[in-house]
Write a protein that binds this ligand. Structure first.
Ligand code: ZN
Length: 452
């Protein structure tokens, strides 16, 4: 579809999240060819005009860690009381049945929910590739294209099954050479680093307890050869720490350092159990963290040292994590949870509402290596969302529009989400498809999947 010009006129409040933390009032924003080409008081001719008189406009939220395939294994009563390791062991038996249709619908539902709640870019960490699901990433890109979301997929992987001392069953692991070959194929087919890119690939072996040292090394070499980013789960639980001490005699981050898995092109999901020396190592190497507070609370994993990370200048983005440990896909909710969790844990050292918003926007863009998204500035991609302020729940909220999403919270779909200059959510509904029909079809897919 051709990208039409849009003028958002007389915006009540435009929160830019730029380096100078500009917040503009009564301003016009002009969008052309998918990019922001003007912010100011002048009017311009446009194909589409949105009256912004009653709206607050924010940069699109960026999700830095997800497992969309888990949508159809959320809220299962059997695992509600479990922590990560037993939770994983139970769920692998369900996840081994994932196939192209299931992941296609799971991606539509999860990414659709993200977009309805202001997200414009999603990174998904997919790492389960059973025999009957060899083209899962293709299905995910197809769903992302349909919705119009900017999608960073991963070629995740597992090659260490129970018989080799790992956690997953044999049915969901592949050989190292199969994984590396498929990783290269997907990079060559999809990885686009041009400005405004809608599709990128990261290499993302699942975790140190489901992946061999060889696969970690080979993934690192392949990724760096192609200029692709590296991602994995790290320092999520004390169980992981004990496992690593027992198997390799090292703490998780020490192990990653040994494998040359640190740097500005690497980010880890969770990063909860780091000591002071390890925080320093993250800082000095530019390694990033995807913070997933709701999942960490749900699985009783612990509280990441986010206030200290931010103080030290470690790069942090926000993420919802997989739908089996969240159990939803809503970054607005994640922002409020992050704000409250750190207030409880760290009192006056906790990030304020605006710092949380920056984590979910600029922070995420940095972690994904994107200079063209994460803030609303001339020349950047037109990725934003809009909230009509005329709501009882938001009376008085404009005292500090840049903090309100984390402090007050916003608990309903946003009015507009725009990605690359295209309106993808309008009046709280996805524009690309009919939601009622999607819900019906997806419920059927979910039922078939769980009956397998
Ligand atoms: Zn995860």
């Amino acid at each position: 579809m051709e990208k039409e010009s849009i003028l958002i006129k007389n915006i009540k409040c435009l929160v830019t999240c730029d380096e100078k933390d500009h917040v503009f009032t009564n301003v016009n924003m002009y969008i052309e060819k998918g990019k922001i080409s003007y912010i100011g008081s002048e009017s311009r001719k446009a194909k589409k005009i949105i009256d912004g008189t009653h709206y607050v406009v924010y940069p699109g939220l960026i999700n830095t860690h997800h497992h969309l395939y888990q949508i159809f294994s959320r809220n299962l009563p059997e695992v509600q009381h479990m922590e990560l390791f037993p939770w994983l062991r139970y769920l692998y038996e369900i996840w081994k049945n994932i196939d192209e249709t299931t992941i296609y619908y799971a991606t539509l539902i999860g990414a659709g929910e993200l977009m309805k709640n202001g997200c414009t870019t999603c990174f998904d960490h997919h790492y389960v590739f059973p025999e009957n699901g060899r083209h899962l990433i293709e299905s995910q890109f197809e769903a992302a294209d349909k919705l119009g979301i900017r999608f960073h997929a991963s070629r995740g992987s597992m090659d260490l099954s129970q018989k080799d001392g790992g956690l997953p069953p044999d049915t969901v692991v592949q050989t190292t050479s199969e994984i590396i070959k498929d990783s290269q194929r997907l990079i060559e087919r999809y990885h686009d680093v041009s400005e405004g890119s809608m599709r990128q690939i990261a290499l993302a072996p699942c975790s140190p307890f489901s992946v061999s040292e060889d696969l970690m090394k080979e993934s690192q070499q392949l990724a760096r050869g192609f200029g692709v980013r590296l991602h994995t789960h790290l320092a999520e639980t004390r169980d992981e720490e004990c496992y690593m001490m027992d198997k390799v005699g090292m703490r998780p981050l020490e192990y990653m350092e040994k494998l040359d898995w640190l740097g500005p092109d690497v980010w880890f999901a969770h990063g909860i159990h780091f000591n002071d020396r390890e925080l320093e190592l993250l800082k000095s190497t530019g390694t990033g963290i995807a913070h997933c507070p709701i999942s960490n609370m749900k699985l009783s994993s612990g509280v990441a040292r986010i206030p200290e990370m931010l103080r030290r200048g470690i790069r942090v983005g926000l993420a919802v994590d997989g739908s089996a440990s969240n159990d939803g896909s809503n970054l607005l909710e994640e922002m409020r949870a992050a704000y409250l969790l750190h207030r409880l844990q760290a009192s006056s050292d906790a990030p304020d509402g605006y710092e949380i918003l920056k984590m979910a926007t600029r922070g995420g863009a940095e972690i994904l290596g994107r200079k063209d998204i994460g803030s609303l500035e001339i020349g950047k991609q037109a990725d934003c969302f809009m909230i009509d302020i005329r709501k009882l729940e938001l009376v008085g909220a404009l005292e500090d529009a840049k903090s309100m999403l984390a402090t007050i919270g916003y608990k309903q779909p946003v009015d507009y989400t725009i990605v690359a200059g295209k309106i993808t959510v309008s009046e709280g509904k996805l524009t690309a498809l009919e939601e009622g029909r999607l819900i019906e079809e997806a419920n059927q897919v979910s039922k078939n999947y769980l009956c397998n």
